[in-house]
Design a protein around this ligand. Sequence first.
Ligand SMILES: *Cc1c(COP(=O)(O)O)cnc(C)c1O
Length: 350
Amino acid sequence: MPVQTRADLASLPTYVPGRSVPGAIKLASNEAPAGPLPSVAKAIAEAAADVNRYPDMGAWALVDRLAREFGVTTDEVAVGCGSVALCQQLVQALCEPGDEVVFAWRSFEAYPIVTHIAGATGVRVPLTPSHEHDLDAMLAAITPRTRLVFVCNPNNPTGTSIRREALERFIDAVPADVLVVLDEAYREYVTDAEVPDGMTLRAGRENVAVLRTFSKAYGLAGLRVGYAVAPAHVTTALRQVYVPFSLNAVAQAAAIASLDAAGELLARCAETCEERTRVRDALLDAGFEVPPTQANFVWLPLGERTAEFAEHMLDSKVVVRPFVGEGARVTIGTPEENDVMIAAARTYLT
Ligand SMILES: *Cc1c(COP(=O)(O)O)cnc(C)c1O
């Protein structure tokens, strides 16, 4: 008899990464378009010289730095191998088999996967017709078995965001023993002052965790660093389910160097936000439906035409991220890349 793997893995959805096509412009993974700053590249090279040694397992220099950055204690900060690992750790740390995890759908595709792997049950709450979180429906989906609710703000892949009043009302209506995880992977791209910084929502609330990443605005997707700011007993549990040493030494050094260079990196984000406005306007002008976005991508809800659109874009050497039958997510790139993308998209509708 062959080695047996878990039978339930057959029904597990697979994470579909954005494709890399040689010679094509990749606007499929919400990456920052520019490579590392010289100061960050230097920190990476220096850390690389010591890779015969294990990394600091607690990543204390980075944890300490993040704690000071956000004015919290070090025991309220946990780091992980990308914030996707923290999503998985949160479910593992909070859920027993059969417990429930509520999230909007469509949202970040890792949520159902990490939920299933942990043996918990994912409860998907459809977005509204305007592609936004349906917070009332999410509240109604909470049961005594719910341990955790993911709220992706801004939402990947739709770019839509939740404003302060609605989010506060939601959090305050969630039972105190259910953790609200605010996944803010795109926080640095938010320009709407009404979209709250999740860190400010933690004050006076014991059931809120905020997830952030160095992969998007800080341009370190290839190094894998994310962090959580959460109540101390939650970060303790996160450390208990952490794969030892999974946040490597080069990544730790690069993350600290990136915080040192935050000014320059956030200036790059501001350029991306300007491009976002230009891109969205051009696509609206071309006749596409494009929900307002606060992230570094736009969502084109093309429904049944999504796969065909992605093929059309690929013919013009532009890789987008299709969610077949639903829509295509297109990352904001450099102005030149965006020009090529807009030109290609225009020819799809004409
Ligand atoms: C990209 C992304 C992440 C995680 O990115 P990591 O590279 O794992 O840090 C988490 N949540 C959302 C919504 C994302 O889009």
